[in-house]
Design a binder for this molecule. Structure first.
Ligand code: AHG
Ligand code: MN
Ligand code: MN
Length: 326
């Protein structure tokens, strides 16, 4: 009997990054290293997430973040892990994090990059074994290297991102990122400790049949959004809402669909944060051929005014997002 081997394991993240290094506008190798640092932090979070039930790291930490949301233990752990990986790497001078009120100046004298991140997205799903994620945006600093980090450095428009991505801790762990030349997805093989290219040059279907919105807030939505939801129902579309932005986004990226977190009566600017949730996903979506808006204008063109600013978010298949804005 002939022994069948699994197909080749393929190209590792490291090799892929090296191969693509010359595509970067600033091909100094620093951004490559930074992406590796993020992947390393992702592996560590993968480990923690997968053992969360055994390590007593589920549940609340007993504190609140700047937006008055209860911090979960894993929110805090993921934040620490990412900060440590980025500080040790040396390429990053400052971090904006959902879990920290202020800019974190890492005092890395040679750091040219700023990272904005949501270290753990979908916190309410941690304790119920449902997919969660990490979101990151990478910018070049605009102030001189070695000087104090300024507001201008950390409040750049999404269109200035040099790279953006997310990690999804789901039925498998994935890293999906873009450096502005398409989107590529890597799946983690825990037995080898490596990410492998599994989704090359990802494209979101131009149209789709999945709509993702928290319909519990239906009564407090603007009539335009209500009408759009009704039109999805008329067309017998499928409703899918996990409650972890990364997971909802990822599904729609692969299958075609729209994700909406609109403005509500209670929260006129929606819930999601421009700097470390929406910008990264907007860049990925556009790079994959989709759209991301606040219901009226392009997310990537919005000038942030504060670190934790919220924004209504409509993203996904081009035709669906266009339709929802009519
Ligand atoms: P986070 O866990 O980082 O605070 O983000 C939670 C966000 C996002 O992941 C999700 O799509 C949204 O909150 C869900 O909000 P609702 O429960 O209001 O639908
Ligand atoms: Mn989040
Ligand atoms: Mn979070």
């Amino acid at each position: 009997m002939q022994t069948k081997l699994a197909t080749s394991v393929g190209i590792t993240l490291d090799r892929f990054i090296k191969k693509k290094q010359n595509d970067f506008a600033f091909a100094s190798g620093e951004l490559s290293q930074l992406l590796r640092d993020i992947a390393l932090a992702g592996k560590i979070i993968h480990r923690e997430v997968n053992r969360a039930g055994l390590l007593n790291i589920g549940g609340a930490y007993g504190t609140e973040n700047i937006q008055g949301e209860e911090q979960q233990k894993l929110d805090v752990i993921a934040n620490i892990r990412f900060i440590r990986a980025l500080k040790n790497g040396g390429e990053v001078c400052a971090i904006v994090s959902e879990e920290d009120d202020e800019i974190l100046d890492l005092n890395n004298k040679d750091g040219r990059y700023i990272v904005s991140m949501d270290p753990l997205d979908g916190s309410s799903n941690i304790d119920v074994n449902v997919s969660i994620g990490t979101i990151f945006s990478i910018f070049r600093r605009v102030s001189p290297v070695g000087s104090k980090v300024t507001d201008e450095d950390v409040l750049q428009k999404g269109s200035e991102q040099v790279a953006a991505g997310y990690l999804l801790y789901g039925s498998s762990t994935m890293l999906v990122y873009t450096t502005g030349r398409g989107v590529n997805g890597f799946t983690y093989d825990p037995s080898l400790g490596e990410f492998f290219l599994s989704h090359a040059d990802m494209r979101i279907p131009e149209d789709g049949k999945i709509y993702s919105i928290n319909e519990g807030s239906y009564r407090s939505l603007q009539p335009k959004v209500q009408q759009y939801i009704e039109s999805c129902k008329d067309k017998k579309y499928t409703a899918r809402y996990i409650g972890s932005l990364v997971a909802d986004f990822h599904r729609n990226l692969l299958k075609g669909g729209i994700y909406i977190y609109p403005s509500t009566e209670k929260a006129p600017d929606g819930k999601l944060r421009l700097n470390y949730e929406c910008n990264a996903l907007a860049m990925i979506c556009e790079q994959a051929g989709g759209l991301a808006t606040d219901g009226e204008k392009r997310i990537l063109d919005i000038q942030p005014k504060s670190l934790h600013q919220r924004v209504p978010f409509y993203t996904g298949s081009k035709k669906m997002v266009e339709e929802s804005m009519k």
